[in-house]
Design a protein around this ligand. Structure first.
Ligand SMILES: NC(=O)c1ccc[n+]([C@@H]2O[C@H](COP(=O)([O-])OP(=O)(O)OC[C@H]3O[C@@H](n4cnc5c(N)ncnc54)[C@H](O)[C@@H]3O)[C@@H](O)[C@H]2O)c1
Length: 384
């Protein structure tokens, strides 16, 4: 099967821009995908960042001006990975230019920015925008989602989704844009990692009715460019406790986003516990999914049991990779793109999709409610 040719442009050739360029080169791993993407254009205001992309022979345009990329008719779909304070302008420009967009989280620096992008989408016929969140595309995460959707939990007891880092445990790590409110946003770590923890809960229909936020700014200064301490004024860790509903039953839903979680490197975890079943998955042990069940133990009788199952390599879109092989971060990125472009060409069906703009805008209202709760010490109902 030959897929529909789709010209991709990347704006922001930093950490994530390079990752996506690499993922697109693994496209032949996908079986019978209806799209055939090709990276044709890259924009970065820093010319040095563009040199990485020169080795990719499909790239026909490199530029330091995003307007030039957006005016290029060879570009159908744009991926944008830049500082949070730049999201609103670049996302709105992209939508208005008639290009489809895979936007990076947090989808604007705050709720007002997200709403402005949503307004541009609403005003632009046939616009197609989704937001990046790749961790749910690990095969084990997909199993967890399918397990919950199967109804096996029974009456839900509680659920949790976390995203944990620890590189900020090094107090000598230099200050960068991600650690300054003016560039990262008031929500700090929630802007950095919160989309990762809300994608699955929101997709399962678990919209919190009220939240409590517990936020920490652990490291308040970091070395600036000349080594002298500068204010590091973003929240490092944020826990949101909330009440949501599953099958009409209220339950405590917790998300944790931490830059200082000792021992963790990019760990995404999901757990849902019910009266008749439960499921757990962590990227720390990416092969393994745990499920809870009552089992008959020979010679003993009926007992409670957490069982461990290896998930293998297959996620949303089938690949040539042997089903018993392991999956990793770059596989999740490829699967996210497979879902994004399949949905773009109308072929995702009921497959798990990327974050929608309305879900992304809702995360900002959850973060604002969590911050308000932290400040006044009460439950806060997120704005509708
Ligand atoms: N999905 C994920 O797992 C994940 C991981 C890390 C970062 N992110 C998100 O990706 C985005 C970018 O993060 P990053 O780590 O790649 O940042 P980065 O700092 O590594 O790269 C950003 C790049 O954007 C360029 N840039 C700045 N202004 C520009 C402009 N006006 N036009 C074109 N290029 C411009 C910079 O020169 C830089 O090369 C952020 O929204 C961040 O939250 C997502």
């Amino acid at each position: 099967m030959t897929g529909k040719k789709i010209g991709i442009g990347i704006i922001g050739g930093g950490l994530m821009g390079r990752e996506i360029a690499a993922a697109l080169r693994r496209w032949p791993a996908l079986i019978d995908h209806p799209a055939e993407p090709e990276l044709v254009a890259v924009c970065d205001i820093n010319p040095a960042a563009l040199s990485f992309f020169e080795r990719i022979d499909t790239v026909q345009l490199t530029t330091t001006d995003h307007h030039e990329l957006l005016a290029d008719p060879r570009v159908d779909v744009v991926y944008i990975a830049v500082r949070h304070d730049l999201h609103e302008r670049l996302y709105v420009d992209t939508v208005r230019a008639g290009k489809a967009l895979l936007a990076e989280k947090p989808f604007g620096i705050d709720g007002a920015a997200a709403d402005a992008v949503v307004a541009a989408i609403d005003e632009t016929p046939e616009s197609f925008v989704r937001v990046s969140s790749e961790m749910p595309f690990f095969p084990g995460a997909q199993w967890a989602v399918d397990y919950v959707r199967s109804g096996a939990l029974g009456r839900i007891v509680e659920a949790k989704c976390t995203f944990l880092h620890a590189s900020d445990i090094d107090v000598n790590k230099p200050l960068n844009w991600k650690r300054q409110k003016q560039f990262c946003g008031e929500a700090g770590v929630l802007n950095d990692l919160g989309m990762h923890t809300w994608h699955v809960p929101l997709r399962l229909g678990w919209t919190p009715e009220k939240v409590v936020g517990i936020l920490q700014d652990v490291v308040t200064e970091r070395p600036g460019p000349d080594g002298t301490p500068q204010p590091c004024d973003t929240w490092d860790n944020a826990v949101i406790h909330s009440w949501a509903r599953h099958d009409g039953a209220p339950f405590p839903l917790t998300t944790e986003t931490k830059r200082i979680a000792p021992g963790q490197k990019n760990t995404w975890e999901f757990e849902a516990i019910g009266m008749s079943g439960g499921v757990r998955f962590s990227t720390k042990n990416p092969k393994q999914v745990e499920v809870f069940a009552f089992i008959d133990v020979p010679g003993v009788g009926r007992e409670q049991s957490w069982q461990q199952i290896d998930a293998g390599s297959q996620s949303v879109w089938p690949t040539v990779t042997g089903p018993n092989f392991e999956s990793g971060f770059s596989d999740a990125i490829l699967q996210m793109w497979a879902a994004f472009l399949a949905e773009y060409v109308g072929e995702l069906g009921d497959g798990f999709g990327c974050v929608r703009p309305d879900e992304a805008a809702l995360t900002h209202r959850l973060f604002a409610a969590a911050i308000a709760s932290h400040e006044n010490g009460t439950f806060v109902t997120p704005e509708a």
